[in-house]
Design a binder for this molecule. Structure first.
Ligand SMILES: [Ca+2]
Ligand SMILES: [Ca+2]
Length: 294
């Protein structure tokens, strides 16, 4: 082989290597990190507990129904990746499954087989709960579950990004056991607050409200939505001169200690950074608003 032929062969091999790397970015490292990737899927579990008071039931049904619509339309969650479990008395029961402990366990065991590290998992509980021996007990039809049982099931799901929202009384009790790397945990109130929470009634609208977008990037981060909810609750209690019975908490830095004001994360060095980078919808606010009206 001549020197020129050798040179041509080397150029051809180098060109081929470059081509392979440029068309195979995933194989070249896209899945090597621990976080979710563009290729990852989002799985959603929305759970409604027992709610005895009819006005509250209607409000919570609205929260779950709006959440479902937001995830399907604006977040492009695949319908078979989302499950809604509610009590039989809920108005959305006909489109859902019953929120028994057994059904939830089965759903989460199923997810532990399907979800991969590249995926995101979102769990939202809305309903009643009570504190028993410093454990949070979610009031489900049939047998209740403790937050420890729930944490155990959630630990089996290998999605590297998890958002857990507990929109119920005494929710703060669960934070320490729910926390972990790649997890954002939101509690509708502290462990000492035992009244029904309104978090979801403000959270779902905040996800599509331009007032949330304080940094002006036309998207609503989880932190921005949380911040607007806190502000709206301040207004609600302030206008009525009522003693405030719910203080939402957010935990995202895996130390198990939540923050009441995560929007101050730059000054405090505490929770808020991960939530500021977490977007549930890939779309700009205007597109989201248009879809919600359809
Ligand atoms: Ca924004
Ligand atoms: Ca923390």
């Amino acid at each position: 082989m001549t020197g020129m032929a050798n040179m041509k062969k080397i150029v051809a091999v180098v060109t081929l290597i470059c081509l392979v790397e440029s068309v195979m970015p995933v194989a070249a490292g896209g899945h090597q990190g621990s976080g979710p990737t563009e290729e990852g899927d989002t799985y959603v579990l929305i759970v409604g507990g027992i709610i005895k008071e009819p006005t509250q039931q209607r409000a919570k049904d609205m929260v779950m129904s709006n959440l479902r619509s937001y995830f399907l339309k604006s977040c492009k969650v695949k319908p078979d990746h989302m499950s809604v479990f509610v009590d039989r008395s809920s108005s959305i029961h006909k489109d859902s499954r019953t929120s028994t402990a057994e059904n939830l366990k089965r759903a989460m065991q199923g997810l532990s087989k399907h979800a991969r590290p590249a995926d995101r998992f979102i769990f939202y509980y809305v309903g009643q709960a009570n504190a028993v021996a410093k454990k949070l007990r979610l009031n489900l039809p049939g047998e209740d579950i403790t937050h420890e049982q729930l944490a155990h099931w959630l630990n089996g799901i290998s999605a590297s990004s998890k958002l857990i929202v507990l929109d119920c009384p005494a929710a703060g009790l669960a934070i320490k056991d729910m926390t972990g790397k790649g997890r954002t945990v939101i509690a509708g109130c502290t462990g000492q607050q035992h009244y029904s929470t309104r978090f979801g009634e403000y959270f779902v609208p905040a996800l599509t409200d331009s007032s949330s977008d304080t940094d002006g990037d036309s998207r609503v981060s989880l932190l921005e939505a949380f911040t607007l909810v806190s502000r709206r609750l301040d207004e609600w209690y302030g206008q009525r001169h009522l003693f405030r019975t719910e203080t939402p908490l957010l935990e995202d830095n895996a130390d198990g200690i939540p923050s009441r004001q995560p929007w101050k994360y730059r000054q405090s060095g505490g929770d808020g950074l991960i939530a500021s980078q977490l977007f549930l919808s890939p779309e700009k606010l205007k597109e989201v608003a248009d879809e919600q009206q359809e």
